[in-house]
Design a protein around this ligand. Structure first.
Ligand code: F6P
Length: 548
């Protein structure tokens, strides 16, 4: 049995949750004029308001006590100091070393990781400058105009999310495209308008075994070789990012064109490594470094700020409070900045692949609810789609609202319309409107008693729905780096509190293995009798239908 539930802070939180379920945030705000000051943090370029959560001083203090009871500071040191905290894979977890702009030496396996990182960054810089300045030439001597990144999961979502978020910082020296899906529709659409003489492919795969990526990379090679005179063109049009140098070389990529990754970087935490190459090619190397600097600033905050003023720790505690103790099952990510339109997709992998688990460090079944499912969409689009559910369904969905004080692309009249919605929604979700208010409003509008009686129950909003507000100064490489690192550390803290190994992903293996054998069945005459009848009949139907 996990000992988390035996901790006195845990037991107190269970009791506090029962009391808090009977409390309305409206009353908490009314009782404490200092509530916003108490429950918000001002970091450089970022305001984090968490006062619209079902918390009070006792709850926060008990949650903070929990961080001590689980030895969070010691675990944090273990991560930064290269201890093997990825226990099931026996690996260190060092994505923070990739952006250690203080450049302090850090030893792992007797190697100075900082030197290794710096040497890869130098290699990246030289390559990025050659390509962006038109010095890297394709097989026919033409400069590269288009980059196609082939990768999936962590080898796609981070770079693509950042490219989208920072596209207004790009000087468009090159155009960057992404191919992640093995559905041929995507690569066909991406390659259709491109000239093979001017395209550079980045095959991004930590393992260099991921079937979808390898299939897309083979298709890209064949596409190139249809127009190139011979295979020597591959060296001019393909680079790879991988921890598996052997496979990348066997694939045919020139060893000089392989950028290394290390075992100690998890795929979903890898955008800071050479996996971020498409970002650097798009924005220029200096801006890539600014992204790393933003993340490093958050790393220092996470390491140095006392727990009560530590944004990732507070965010993690609130998630644990809302889900494990108050029973929320999902969490919405609602950016009000168009540039962040891929953030929720990115955070789905970051949080759900990290902590979507139900076995503890000791290999025992966990008895308490762990992390929520993460979903979301641009807030404004969501308002006209699923916010009805957020306001009035009987499932409470805690939500992160993320906005910017300044737009990167200001258009007169737009930003205040956008931000008025941003502020209105968290207020409405918190305050709600009770039946008395609804009735008074309908009466003031001259509705008959019959109409009032009929409509009143439908118009009641219970409120009391928890939200965090993250208000950035403006989206920039630096603030985006901070924001991503904030969530990364939140995920780490959640894992420690819940006793989950956040850095493995065994749950993706079963389906992968089955797909391998089913593909053989799809491409041969046989269908295995070992499938359940549903799967077998589906496969047989598909095979028969595809021959019609
Ligand atoms: O299948 C899940 C996963 O292993 C992710 O963890 C990873 O980000 C993704 O696949 C891609 O893996 P790779 O970079 O090795 O191709």
């Amino acid at each position: 049995m996990s000992n988390r539930t035996d901790l006195s802070s845990w037991k107190s939180l269970e009791k506090l949750a029962e009391q808090m379920k009977q409390t309305h945030m409206n009353d908490l705000f009314a009782a404490d004029p200092q509530r916003f000051n108490k429950f918000s943090l001002k970091l450089p370029d970022l305001l984090f308001d968490y006062s619209k959560n079902l918390i009070d001083d006792t709850v926060i203090n008990t949650l903070l006590q929990l961080t001590d009871d689980v030895d969070l500071p010691a675990w944090r040191d273990k991560m930064f100091n290269a201890e093997r905290i990825n226990m099931t894979e026996d690996r260190a977890v060092l994505h923070t070393a990739l952006r250690n702009r203080s450049k302090t030496p850090l030893y792992f396996n007797n190697e100075n990781v900082t030197n290794e990182v710096e040497s890869q960054l130098t290699k990246m810089q030289e390559f990025v400058e050659q390509v962006r300045q038109g010095k890297w030439l394709g097989y026919s001597g033409k400069r590269i105009t288009d980059i196609v990144n082939i990768g999936v999961g962590g080898s796609n979502l981070g770079p693509q999310m950042v490219t989208e978020a920072l596209k207004h910082y790009s000087d468009q020296s090159v155009n960057v495209h992404y191919v992640s899906n093995v559905d041929g529709a995507q690569i066909t659409e991406v390659l259709a308008p491109l000239n093979p003489e001017k395209v550079l492919f980045i095959v991004s795969s930590k393992t260099f075994t991921t079937k979808e990526t390898m299939t897309n990379a083979n298709t890209a090679t064949n596409w190139l070789l249809k127009s190139a005179p011979d295979k020597s063109a591959i060296a001019k049009h393909f680079v790879a990012v991988s921890a598996n140098i052997k496979n990348a070389t066997e694939f045919g990529i020139d060893p000089d064109n392989i950028f290394s990754m290390w075992d100690w970087v998890g795929g979903r935490f890898s955008l800071w490594s050479a996996i971020g190459l498409p970002i650097a090619l798009d924005l220029g190397f200096d801006k890539f470094i600014e992204l790393l600097e933003g993340a490093h600033a958050m790393d220092l905050h996470f390491q140095q700020a006392p727990s009560a003023e530590n944004a990732p720790i507070i965010m993690a505690l609130l998630s644990v409070w809302n889900c494990t103790f108050l029973g929320a099952k999902s969490q919405a990510i609602l950016p009000y900045d168009q540039t962040l339109h891929m953030l929720s997709a990115y955070l789905q992998q970051a949080e759900m692949e990290s902590n979507g688990k139900s076995v503890s460090w000791q290999g025992e079944q966990i008895s308490y609810p762990t992390v929520p499912s993460i979903w979301g969409e641009l807030g404004i689009n969501g308002q006209h789609a699923f916010y009805q559910y957020l306001h009035q369904s009987n499932n409470v969905v805690p939500a992160d609202f993320i906005g910017s004080v300044k737009s990167v692309t200001p258009v007169p009249g737009h930003h205040s319309t956008l931000m008025s919605n941003f502020f209105a929604q968290t207020q409405a979700l918190m305050t709600g409107v009770n039946e008395q208010q609804v009735r008074a409003d309908l009466k003031a509008k001259g509705r008959t008693q019959e109409v009032i009686d009929k409509l009143a129950p439908h118009k009641v909003h219970q409120g009391n729905r928890p939200t965090n507000t993250l208000l950035l100064k403006q989206i920039s490489p630096k603030t985006l780096g901070m924001l991503i690192a904030l969530y990364e550390h939140k995920i780490f803290v959640q894992g420690i509190i819940l006793e989950i190994c956040s850095f493995d992903q065994w749950g993706v293996e079963l389906g992968k293995g089955l797909a391998e054998s089913i593909q053989q069945e799809l491409e041969s005459d046989k269908v295995s009798a070992s499938h359940d009848s549903s799967t077998r009949n589906l496969i047989e139907f598909y095979k028969a239908a595809s021959q019609l």
